[in-house]
Design a protein around this ligand. Structure first.
Ligand SMILES: Cc1ncc(C[n+]2csc(CCOP(=O)(O)OP(=O)(O)O)c2C)c(N)n1
Length: 659
């Protein structure tokens, strides 16, 4: 180990960080300065990577869970040869730059996850390690190991305090994800001051009880840390956490070790003195120490040859395993042809819950495409997320495609994101719609990072019935629909559910939430003969009238058949019913199209068993709404429907009044 060179790398991380934060007049110097040596060790000596190929499927993954320390990543990506120039570093935190305030997946080559919300990254890493384990079991054959890498995490005190990290770490220990190695930056400082203010548990004891292997070291003993990593790699059964005692802002003469250095620029005077201490002139900006360029230049050769060796291995493996090779190519670049999936078909009038139809569509897709994996937060029998042919993923069976997340919704969402960041698999996960709140932070990150996660949210309204208001979503559809880039689909029957699954699976640039009923719904006759394609524009005419409609009812999900039944009670009036599978998609359509479906002269009525927010502005001329503006009640669902005025006779009455 070239300790001198690594120290020069670490000091360069310090200068780049100080100057980038100073120039941007904002940012977080504390973590990058405190962990500069660890970063140098990881990028220089530990990671299996090849900077010109940042998407190499078999690279080691490094997740910076404490995303505020982004300058640690940016400095090291630049120094080790990724496509990130010194000019990019100088643009830190500027609009449109490759060096945004917190790391963003897809923006910067070599950034593995979108970070910032604490705890998420560690949970993402659990998903990555899970994906690696599953893909290794699936694809490694004979002497060929084409999937064989580690997942490393840098996690801070804040990460360790967040519940989502605990959920995911608990599952990682249970599943024995031994190729996961976490560096816990224990600098004992957070924004408000010392961790003594609010955090006194023994983190390693906690992880020990999760089934992890625990170690500790000074953050500045590089040979010691390297030995621990080697030790951790010997154990395939348990994930490892290494607690590193560090000094936040190390190298800032008066600020190191203090909470002020966590997230504020050092200021001119402190920078000057820090540079003096490092032996460089104060006017040296974005200084890179002698030996650093040479050190990484020398590494490139070895990295390139490791990458070439893997490519040769892949080619040999492909030749020996043509069927696996075909699947590998498909899974790595999921431009999936769904033609192989025999999706379930239904007859008009047949009655089944959309959650049941979802289970059938999922099974058809899962059995056809193979890389669809997932499960529920302990509600599989209710969410219909279990694919019986797929086997369970556990310590003994790494090929099982059913995941048991336990009652850990937030962890589940973040783990699915991690599986997607890793690549090669398409995860779905389920819970009751009402508990989407418990995983919302992970959904939001999926939407930002353009990850095509699929959420199966069942029990989608007061029609849950007896479980009462805590289990009956009323505001959740509105809350999900307002997340940009989240596709929210609420199918009205079993046929629409199958289409919704197709749409979710085909979508590659963001997450999709499927909103499904507990109760049975009739399969509807559909006025629009081309409904399967029209549906993709968000809404279609499910029931029409002769001539121009006087009233257009826009309903979604389980309310559509009620709207149709209500319209049938007013046979003498010209009433059109739209099934609105995706309100936001419909709202995005050109005005001309929307007016075709809902002519301006007609009255408008929105009908959904939830809050009306978002429906009112759907049509320029305004909308009346049958909605639920309060929490639900416990009782048999038919009674609740009467109580809330959402039966066919009650809705017919509202229609009559409008006309
Ligand atoms: C979920 C979440 N809550 C709050 C924050 C705001 N925040 C950013 S860093 C931080 C804590 C900083 O302490 P630590 O994690 O120990 O990082 P360090 O001070 O060592 O850089 C907080 C509360 C956040 N990023 N994510």
């Amino acid at each position: 180990m070239e300790l001198q060179a690594l120290q020069a790398v670490a000091n360069s991380v310090r200068t780049l960080t100080m100057d980038a934060v100073e120039k941007a007049k904002s940012g977080h110097p504390g973590l990058p300065m405190g962990l500069a040596e660890l970063g140098a060790l990881l990028y220089g000596e530990v990671l299996k990577h090849h900077p010109p190929e940042p998407k190499w499927p078999n690279r080691d993954r490094l997740v910076l869970s404490a995303g505020h320390g982004s300058m640690l990543l940016y400095s090291l990506l630049h120094l080790s040869g990724y496509e990130l120039s010194l000019e990019d570093i100088k643009q830190f935190r500027q609009l449109g730059s490759k060096t945004p305030g917190h790391p963003e997946f897809g923006v910067t080559a070599g950034v593995e996850v979108t970070g910032g919300p604490l705890g998420q990254g560690l949970a993402n890493a659990v998903g990555m390690a899970l994906a690696e384990t599953m893909l290794a079991a699936k694809f490694n054959a004979g002497r060929h190991k084409i999937v064989d890498h580690y997942t490393y995490v840098i996690a801070s005190d804040g990460d360790m305090m967040e519940g989502v990290a605990s959920e995911a770490a608990s599952l990682a220990g249970h599943l024995g994800l031994g190729k996961l190695i976490v560096f816990y930056d224990s600098n004992r400082i957070t924004i408000e001051g010392s961790t003594d203010l609010a955090f006194s548990e023994d983190v390693l004891k906690r992880f020990d009880s999760y089934g992890w292997r625990t170690m500790q070291s000074s953050a500045y003993d590089l040979p010691g840390i390297a030995a621990m990593i080697a030790e951790a790699k010997k154990n395939a059964e348990r994930p490892t956490v290494i607690r590193l005692e560090s000094v936040i802002g190390k190298g800032a003469p008066t600020m190191e070790g203090k909470h002020a250095v966590h997230g504020t620029p050092l200021g001119a005077e402190e920078c000057k003195r820090a540079k003096q201490a490092l032996g460089i002139p104060e006017e040296a900006m974005f200084h890179i120490f002698p030996g650093v360029r040479e050190y990484f230049a020398a590494k490139q050769k070895a990295w390139a040859s490791a990458h070439r060796a893997w490519e040769a291995e892949l080619a040999a493996w492909k030749a020996a395993n043509p069927e696996l090779a075909r699947q590998w190519d498909l899974w790595q670049a999921p431009k999936v042809a769904l033609s192989g999936a025999a999706m379930p078909e239904y007859k008009t009038g047949e009655s089944l819950a959309t959650r049941v139809a979802s289970g059938k569509a999922l099974a058809a897709l899962s059995n056809a495409v193979g890389n669809l994996i997932g499960g529920s937060a302990d509600l599989a029998p209710s969410n219909n997320t279990y694919v019986k042919e797929a086997g369970d993923f556990n310590r003994a069976n790494r090929l099982g495609r059913n995941l048991h997340f336990g009652i850990r919704e937030h962890g589940m969402g973040a783990i699915c994101n991690g599986i997607l960041y890793h690549g090669g698999l398409r995860p779905y996960c389920g819970t009751f719609l009402v508990f989407s709140d418990y995983m919302r932070p992970a959904i939001r990150v999926a939407a930002i990072a353009k990850l095509p996660a699929i959420y199966v949210f069942t029990h989608d309204s007061i029609f849950v019935g007896e479980d009462g208001p805590t289990h009956e979503p009323v505001e959740h559809l509105a809350a999900l629909r307002c997340i940009p880039n989240l596709l929210v689909l609420r199918p009205a029957d079993a046929e629409e559910t199958a289409e919704a699954w197709r749409m979710a699976y085909e979508r590659l640039d963001g997450p999709t939430a499927l909103i499904l009923t507990r109760q049975n719904l009739p399969v509807l006759a559909k006025a629009d003969g081309a409904w399967r394609s029209t549906l993709r524009r968000g809404a279609y005419v499910v029931r029409d009238c002769a001539g121009e409609p006087e009233l257009v009812v826009a309903a979604s999900g389980s309310e559509v058949h009620v709207a149709v039944a209500a319209a049938e009670q007013l046979k003498d009036r010209r009433i059109r019913v739209l099934s609105v599978l995706c309100r936001e998609e419909f709202a995005r359509q050109p005005a001309e199209w929307r007016r075709k479906l809902a002519p301006p002269a007609a009255r408008k009525l929105a009908f959904e068993a939830g809050v009306r927010q978002g429906w009112i502005g759907l049509f320029e001329e305004g909308v009346d709404a049958v909605s639920i503006e309060r929490f639900g009640e416990s009782g048999p669902y038919a009674k609740l429907a009467e109580h809330f005025g959402i039966t066919a006779p009650a809705v017919a009455e509202r229609m009559r009044k409008l006309l």
